[in-house]
Design a binder for this molecule. Sequence first.
Ligand SMILES: Nc1ncnc2c1ncn2[C@@H]1O[C@H](COP(=O)(O)OP(=O)(O)OP(=O)(O)O)[C@@H](O)[C@H]1O
Ligand SMILES: [Mg+2]
Length: 330
Amino acid sequence: MRGEPIIEVDGLVKRYGQLVAVDAVSFVVNEGEIFGLLGPNGAGKTTTISVLSCLTPPTAGTAKIAGLDVTRNSLAARSKIGVVPQEIALYPTLTARDNLVFWGRMYGVPERTLAERIDELLSVVQLAERAGGRIDTFSGGMKRRINIAAGLIHRPDVLFLDEPTVGIDPQTRRSILDLVKDLNASGLTVLYTTHYLEEAEFLCDRVGIMDEGKMLAIGTRAELTTSIGATTSIDVRADGLDDSIVDWLSSLEQVTDVARDGDDLTINTTAEANLLPVIVERLAAGGAKVHSVDVKVPNLESVFLHLTGKSLRDEGDQDAAATKTNALHG
Ligand SMILES: Nc1ncnc2c1ncn2[C@@H]1O[C@H](COP(=O)(O)OP(=O)(O)OP(=O)(O)O)[C@@H](O)[C@H]1O
Ligand SMILES: [Mg+2]
């Protein structure tokens, strides 16, 4: 049922020798959610996914998929999950269709339904016309989409996507993100790992922030930014401002700070969505003429910085620079 826990991770530990790759991580993903694991290289995202997909046993703790323990009930748990690995897992010399036939048989999809299922998936990932093309003639983005189709071949309830947009151009990235949203809208629960803040913000209902094996915080973007006390800043430029507007704004509960400098007004608030129309209305009623309004919403970057003391953008990979210019906020 939508909204019920479908992934339950409790005190999960994964050690490789001395190295603690996943360090007592707990989280719950509810049916119908897109849940993001956000963290830099080495945070433990892939290791968490590997344990949840029964590829490697946990050192300690438990993980359940649809109530099925991944260690004690791994076969049944696995049947609920589709996995789209970080590395493309396709045979380059086979066609798209033959790759999907291979994965379908691996997952035990009955032969009588396999062809139909493959047609359906090729159309979902918008590659029906390329069904007979060899994978080694496909672009990076097309390979990724076939990789996603392969993960869906056995109609899983939950899809794990491990950094599916690394190394692809912004336009293809957008088509993958839209595909994930569409799949989710049709009922699929998604666990999505990324080190891109914008993706986590665009896609995920809730986000778990990971670093060095630890889960540092979990919540919606609004919950996470509120939890660190971050406020939205509204900058208004208008003719005819006076200090009565400052006094009025200061008296409002959601406003944490107001400053006026001539025609410029800066308001810090915890509830921008409710406040903006009220401010504009009040200014108009007082005869002020508004020239511009600029809203700066705190983002997950502020949260990551606050929790770890470092920037998620300091990764030095080329995509970080590209996404920076596309950043929605801040
Ligand atoms: N099979 C393994 N043997 C030994 N160490 C491992 C193994 N797999 C992962 N690790 C280590 O565990 C830590 C977490 O790695 P993991 O791949 O889970 O990180 P990640 O968050 O997926 O990073 P990335 O964004 O680079 O994919 C790293 O220090 C890594 O070197
Ligand atoms: Mg990884």
